[in-house]
Design a protein around this ligand. Structure first.
Ligand code: AMP
Length: 280
């Protein structure tokens, strides 16, 4: 695996590969890798000639300094995992490589999609995500970029960003990888202590029960029931839980359309925000 820290070196390597007609799959990450990340890498390996993974903790997308300063870093372990998966190139830039001194973020317009749910709770988060990805996409010019359904709202933001800038990349969304108890894997889960981790399967269970309830009772009642169940768990409080149109995260006027909807949730559990969703 090539490990490159400079954007210019990445550009050179990519231009060489493109000249030899290789397709490039790009998996952007913030490191502290787990099997969720690895599933994206496996899909890229299966679908493209060259898989490039980046590890960059993007300060621009953090709205909370403590979260940024305590974000888990496990670079040696990450490198070993990437080598084991047969990743071709790891791009590991410094902050100054991505954001030169005179850098000014672009104020994208996402028609309000960046201001609801995660965007509302983490002001500026999606502007940070969109800006860093635009920079990465310009350096790497991948044919495909792989994202996790786990961060569902992010996948819609990325699609909107590349549409509006007419960037010729195909976005692939990969299923959520879960722990045995149903907890969606996340780098921040290391902040859960043993007891919390053991009990953390409650959210996926509640989501599945909510999905079932929607066959029998109204959305409002089913959500109320789910909120009550979340509240029964010690140390957990819901931030949002909604049944939405999966195209635009708007609420349905009446009922919901099967195979076009998503249950989207964020729950604070101990000191960790658990993000989860299921397509319905
Ligand atoms: P992160 O390092 O948290 O920025 O995540 C990098 C990519 O991995 C994003 O596209 C995430 O949505 C994806 N990802 C994170 N957790 C999971 C998971 N449990 N299953 C699938 N993809 C995931």
């Amino acid at each position: 695996m090539l490990l490159i820290k400079s954007s210019n070196e990445v550009k050179k390597a990519i231009s060489f590969l493109k000249n030899s007609r290789k397709t490039i799959g790009f998996v952007p990450t913030m490191g502290a890798l787990h099997n969720g990340h690895i599933s994206l890498i496996k899909q890229s390996k299966a679908e493209t000639d060259i898989t490039l993974c980046s590890i960059f903790i993007n300060p621009l997308q953090f709205n909370n300094e403590i979260d940024l300063n305590t974000y888990p870093i496990k670079i040696e372990n990450d490198i070993e995992m990437l080598i084991n998966e047969g990743v071709d190139l790891l791009f590991l830039p410094d902050k100054s490589e991505i954001y030169p001194k005179n850098f000014k973020p672009i104020d994208f317009s996402f028609d309000g999609l960046d201001l609801i749910y995660e965007g509302k709770l983490r002001p500026g988060h999606f502007m940070g995500v969109a800006n860093v990805l635009k920079i990465f996409f310009e350096i790497i010019e991948p044919n495909y970029a792989y994202f996790g359904q786990k961060d569902y709202q992010q996948t819609l933001i990325v699609k909107k960003m590349i549409e509006s800038l007419k960037i010729p990349i195909s976005i692939k969304v990969c299923e959520i990888v879960r722990e045995e108890n149903g907890l969606a894997m996340s780098s921040r889960n290391v902040r859960l202590n043993e007891t919390f981790r053991k009990n953390s399967g409650f959210l996926f269970k509640i989501l599945n029960e909510l999905k079932e309830d929607l066959n029998n009772i109204s959305i409002e009642k089913a959500i109320e029931l789910a909120k009550n169940k979340i509240a029964l768990n010690a140390e957990s409080s819901f931030e949002y839980i909604e049944v939405l149109n999966r195209e635009n995260l708007e609420k349905w006027d009446e009922g919901f359309i099967k195979n076009q909807s998503i249950i989207l949730t964020a729950v604070k559990y101990g000191n960790v925000r658990l993000l989860d969703n299921i397509l319905i």
